[in-house]
Design a protein. Structure first.
Length: 147
């Protein structure tokens, strides 16, 4: 089931209260329709964020999590192309002014990882499913109640 706009607003407010560094991550999942593995791979260089007005994302990669035995690098995250698209495909995503402002504020408050990634784990690596899953569960309970 997809959350209503009022529910999303309440959820993002709850994320802001509990894990403010993740507000932009969840905002982009909902308002820009990014898959989590696309948001995890998003770099500042992939974003056109003017001082005002509409922005644009240039998505060319995803960083899905899998068992390390299934990756070429032996790590649990591996950069790949976009899901259900040919290798080298790019997806351009328009960013409404309010969402562009959220990402500009995120970069100002949190900076980027050394490789330019916008969303990162506590030790600088890729943001893991367990981290954003726990953050979402907590925000959901806070915003919508335990049931």
């Amino acid at each position: 089931m997809v959350a209503s706009p009022a529910q999303v607003s309440a959820l993002l407010d709850a994320v802001t209260r509990t894990r403010p560094e993740m507000t932009a991550f969840f905002g982009y999942l909902y308002y820009a329709a990014l898959r989590p593995e696309e948001a995890v791979a998003l770099r500042l260089a992939d974003c056109y964020l003017p001082g005002s007005g509409w922005g644009m994302l240039r998505l060319a990669a995803a960083t899905p999590r899998t068992a390390s035995a299934w990756t070429n690098s032996g790590t649990s995250h591996e950069q790949r192309g976009l899901k259900h698209r040919p290798d080298g495909a790019i997806r351009m995503v328009p960013v409404p002014p309010a969402l562009a402002a959220v990402l500009r504020a995120h970069v100002t408050a949190n900076g980027t990882a050394p490789d330019g990634r916008l969303f990162r784990g506590a030790r600088g690596g890729p943001l893991s499913e367990s981290v954003y899953g726990r953050a979402w569960h907590s925000a959901r309970t806070l915003a919508l109640g335990p049931s």
